[in-house]
Design a protein around this ligand. Structure first.
Ligand code: JFZ
Length: 427
């Protein structure tokens, strides 16, 4: 059923077979997304009016003219920014890749671009190439690194997609692609070392043949770089879902769910509705239980700092992953669908039970468990637990308190034989 939602990804690159370059991505399971630009400085407010929702859409929401918005660049001076600190934090969260906005719909290049003067090096007092610093810090930390780039929407340019409040005349999208979008993408694929991915977003203005040409042309610069499905026309290397969307059932092809920390991608000073570490751990486990990745977004402040609540939370997720990472990294979808108590992930000969909600009677039931169980223990500390298998019903007796003291405990079930097929939860 879920194959219907899948475009014919990466077929053009490897004749329908999974591309070997996708392995690191499929094994990573957890990534960090960063939305950072001039909107971060505006923080969801324009002319004393507060806006809600996606802070990076403020220019659109408030219909700010390109001229007025351009003036914000003159005030963008993120003196608290420290690339190494950001990358250290991401490493300590247990994330295995990061993607950062090089240019969002506002059109401002957060990198040194020869193509446009609307950039952090030419138009802002800060004057330094923050993308260079981040890509360098990530390379030092051996953290796969990617750029988000809005290839079609560009509200700063008369021929870019989306701005019909300033630029009312008909647009020449091809001219925009040729003069800004493609040359900037080439700068990003040339000047910043090896890229894990380019995270395209909101395709438009190109037909399938033109998109194929773009993809092939860019892949010549770095063939191993993955392209997100939002390059358009079904030509990406992996699938992205919408904001806070998780597929209902496992998907074998590589995919990523994207979630915000609060209710915005870009920083909004008046949105403190942050997820807890338990929320995030469950999202990682849930994405893994369906064979995919979670990419969690951070919206740093325009001054270059990351909200303290996010820092504390990410470190706590990292402590959990340090102990329970075996059940996440390089796992595959669990063959038992989601249960009232939680979700499952799998590796050869092992099924991991991620307990979100302990059953009141302490008896955890795993229905449809077809192989022969050998042992059940806590993943952390390997404490053996009592269990009983009756046909395909596996029942585990939980200790009165979680063994590790960490919430969201994981149990390991070892079994004999090969990995069973997924039991579709849909009738
Ligand atoms: C896009 C951007 O417009 C947004 O600002 C943010 O960068 C986000 C990650 O991506 O928003 C989208 C694009 C596509 C969908 C949802 C939100 N979608 O396909 O459901």
């Amino acid at each position: 059923a879920y194959s219907q939602t899948m475009p014919s990804m990466w077929d053009s690159r490897s004749n329908g077979k999974e591309h070997p370059n996708l392995k690191w991505f499929k094994d990573a399971k957890f990534g960090i997304f960063i939305h950072w630009g001039l909107y971060s400085k505006l923080a969801g407010e324009w002319q004393s009016k507060r806006y809600y929702g996606s802070g990076e859409w403020l220019m659109y929401q408030a219909k700010i003219s390109a001229k007025d918005y351009g003036l914000v660049a003159g005030e963008f001076n993120p003196l608290k920014f420290n690339a190494t600190e950001w990358v250290d934090l991401i490493k300590s969260s247990g994330a295995r890749y990061m993607v950062v906005t090089a240019k969002h719909h506002e059109g401002f290049a957060m990198f040194d671009s020869k193509v446009s003067d609307f950039s952090i090096t030419k138009a802002s007092p800060y004057g330094k190439d923050v993308m260079k610093e981040l890509s360098g810090a990530a390379a030092n930390a051996k953290l796969p690194f990617g750029f988000y780039y809005s290839q079609f929407l560009d509200w700063h340019e008369p021929n870019g997609g989306g701005n019909d409040w300033d630029f009312k005349q008909s647009k020449d999208y091809h001219k925009y692609y040729e003069e800004k979008s493609i040359p900037q993408l080439k700068e990003l694929l040339t000047n910043y070392g090896k890229l894990g991915m380019v995270w395209f977003d909101m395709p438009g203005g190109l037909n399938k043949q033109e998109t194929q040409f773009l993809v092939d042309d860019l892949h010549k610069l770095q063939p191993q770089t993955l392209f997100s499905s939002r390059v358009g026309q079904g030509l990406g290397d992996y699938m992205d879902f919408g904001d806070s969307e998780m597929p209902a059932e496992p998907i074998a092809k590589p995919w990523e769910a994207i979630y915000t920390f609060n209710d915005s991608w870009g920083y909004i000073a008046h949105d403190q509705n942050f997820k807890t570490s338990s929320d995030i751990i469950r999202l990682i486990a849930t994405a893994s239980s369906k064979g995919g990745n979670l990419m969690l977004n951070i919206g740093p402040d325009g001054d270059g700092s990351i909200p303290q609540a996010n820092i504390d939370c990410l470190k706590s997720v990292g402590r959990w992953l340090k102990v329970n990472g075996e059940s996440i990294y390089a796992s595959i979808a669990g063959f038992i669908p989601a249960q009232p108590w939680g979700v499952t992930t799998s590796k050869p000969g092992k099924l991991y039970l991620h307990i979100f909600q302990r059953p009141n009677n302490g008896k955890l039931l795993v229905p449809g468990f077809s192989p022969k169980a050998i042992s059940v223990s806590t993943l952390a500390g390997s404490v053996a637990l009592k269990w009983r298998q009756t046909g395909e019903d596996l029942e585990v007796t939980l200790p009165n308190v979680p063994v590790t003291g960490l919430a969201d405990e994981v149990l390991t079930v070892s079994y004999a034989g090969k990995t069973p097929d997924y039991q579709n939860s849909m009738p």
